[in-house]
Design a protein around this ligand. Structure first.
Ligand SMILES: C[S@@+](CC[C@H](N)C(=O)[O-])C[C@H]1O[C@@H](n2cnc3c(N)ncnc32)[C@H](O)[C@@H]1O
Length: 257
């Protein structure tokens, strides 16, 4: 219920202090605010979690083209503290919510690129988590990682070829506290990697698979059957926050039951 705590406090304070604004056409009755508040307050009691086999593979808009198509300098949205950050604006709004709600002790990022996304995760963790843990980011080409990212005290980069799961340092992984948030943005052997890490995941951990699910080919359909058999449910609070699957990880904000 951490998700709803702030909204609950606002709701109670508004009833107590501003009853006039809660009346029809009052200030708080504008812009669908009642529905927004109710959605968050009731998120945990709705049909929030769905089996992959019950979900359609469709999305309201393609989140990757939203900023570049409709603004001249949309690409600038994909930087953070001067580094490349390959996330859509929607996902940049979603991850902080999940980090706040989950309070992960460990974030595992597969695919570091320049280190901009790892830096962003580490900064978010330091601000949003009451007990900040560690971000571990894995990539084959770690020479591209920028010094600014390397200097962050919560962030460590590891050079690993993810085409073979045996390359993971299992002792390191087993030492990392839960809850975990895993983000697969490397696009290499996604389901073998998922199966491997799933053995180390515990109930409540999250696993986000970016981009590849949008291919919806045989590999993805079979892979999501494996995901379901492994006890994961789709958290539609995140996949559908801005419309059906308006995220770089369609049907792939996954929570282990
Ligand atoms: C899409 S980029 C990651 C983007 C980054 N997470 C972000 O949001 O800015 C994918 C990364 O996967 C890495 N990669 C490609 N093949 C790999 C492999 N076999 N093992 C590990 N990393 C690999 C690439 O070097 C690249 O940095």
């Amino acid at each position: 219920m951490k998700l709803a705590l702030g909204y609950q406090a606002f709701w109670e304070a508004a009833h107590k202090n501003y009853p006039d604004q809660l009346r029809p056409d009052g200030l708080l009755d504008q812009g669908g605010m009642f529905r927004v508040i109710n959605n968050v307050l009731n998120a945990d009691h709705s049909d929030r979690f769905a089996k992959p086999s019950e979900r359609l593979w469709r999305w309201s808009i393609n989140p990757w083209i939203a900023d570049t198509r409709f603004t001249k300098v949309g690409a600038l949205g994909k930087t953070y503290r001067g580094l490349i950050l390959l996330k859509t604006p929607f996902d940049l709004a979603l991850y902080p919510r999940l980090i706040w709600e989950l309070q992960p002790r460990t974030i595992l990022e597969l695919g570091s690129y320049q280190g901009g996304s790892g830096l962003w995760f580490a900064d978010n963790m330091s601000v949003l988590c009451e007990n900040p843990g560690e971000v571990h980011s894995f990539d084959l080409h770690t020479k591209c990682v920028h010094e600014t990212a390397r200097k962050h005290p919560l962030l460590t980069f590891h050079q690993v070829d993810l085409s073979n799961v045996a390359n993971f340092d299992v002792d390191l992984l087993m030492s990392l506290p839960h809850p975990w948030l895993v983000i697969d943005d490397a696009h290499v052997q996604i389901f073998p990697v998922f199966s491997y890490l799933n053995k180390l995941l515990v109930s409540g951990d999250y696993y986000v698979i970016e981009d590849d699910p949008a291919r919806v080919n045989r590999e993805i359909i079979d892979g999501f059957q494996l995901v379901e058999e492994s006890g994961f449910l789709i958290d539609t609070y995140y996949t559908d926050a801005f419309g059906n699957n308006v995220t770089c990880a369609p049907n792939a904000w996954l929570r282990k039951s």
